[in-house]
Every structure is written in structure tokens, then in C-alpha cells.
Write a protein that binds this ligand. Sequence first.
Ligand code: HEC
Length: 142
Amino acid sequence: MRFVALFALLSLAACDGTSADDTDTGAGTDTSSDTGSDTASDMAGPSWANDVQPVLNDFCGSCHGGTSCPSGVCWLEDYAVLTGAASATVCAGSTIAECIPVRILDGSMPRNGACPPGSPGCMTQDEFDTLQAWVDAGAPNN
Ligand code: HEC
């Protein structure tokens, strides 16, 4: 599942970034698009629906998705909630979207045990970077 998402991301980057390939004279610049960790984020930016929500669904959906949404924590099905203010306890002054990477990094989410990106059973560093890039882009509903 994660590999599929990553592949989709890379494919997206390739589509967006190398549209000149057809007319390329083979000057050797093509490979540069594969070297960085920038993937789609420098092109169109990560997509909420395609890149971010699936990762959060995998690792956070047991509590933040579904039909029971205690105190508004069910943001996986309701994008509008993400743009609202996070509770003051941890992320005062932030939106809930901005609070997502904060709570992953401080180890308070997922709530059933810290899960640092890149650790076994947790989201990969690439997945976290995608999530962070989406937040940095203003958490668009794209
Ligand atoms: C075991 C259940 C559970 C899991 C899994 C879980 N959460 Fe939470 N989350 C909660 C509860 C309960 C709250 C409300 C209390 C709090 O803020 O600690 C919450 C609150 C939050 C908030 C703050 C909302 C606000 O209004 O301030 C964020 C952000 C958040 N979670 C992100 C995540 C992310 C990201 C993941 C996945 C990596 C995750 N959570 C996984 C139970 C969970």
C-alpha cells in the first residue's frame, strides 16, 4: 500500500516535471528529476486526497476516522475540521492540520504509543516529509 502511494507520487513528479521529454534532445538533464527527495512537492505539491489522507488513514484512522469523532478528532472524513483551531493543550494557535506533524514528532500521536517516522511499523520518513510539505503548503484541499 505504501509502496503504491510512493510510486504514484513519483509518477506524478515525472508527469509534471518531464513534460518536455518528447522534444528533449537528450542533453542529459532527465535523470536529475530522480535524484532529490523533492518528488512531487516541488512541482504541484502533495495532494490531500492522494498523498496525505491515505497515510493518515493507515496510521491514524483507527481513531481519527470512522463515525465516532470524540471532540472533533475525526478529521479524516471532514476536511473542514483540519482548518479549524487545534486545542490549546499542545498546539495553541495552530490549525489541526498544522498540529499533525507536531504531535507525531513529539510522540503524543498516535495516542496508543509513539511512532517516530522511519521506525518499524510506523510511517516512513518519506511519508512524513510528504505530510510536512503538504502542511507547509497551507494544507490545501487538493
Ligand atoms: C488510539 C487513538 C488515536 C490514534 C491512533 C491517533 N490519535 Fe490523535 N487524538 C486522539 C485523541 C483521543 C485526541 C484528543 C486528545 C488529545 O489531543 O490528546 C487526539 C488528538 C489529536 C490531535 C489534536 C486535535 C486538536 O484539536 O488539538 C492531532 C493533531 C492528532 N490527534 C493527530 C494524530 C495523528 C497524526 C495520528 C497518527 C499518526 C493520530 N493522531 C493517531 C486519539 C488518537
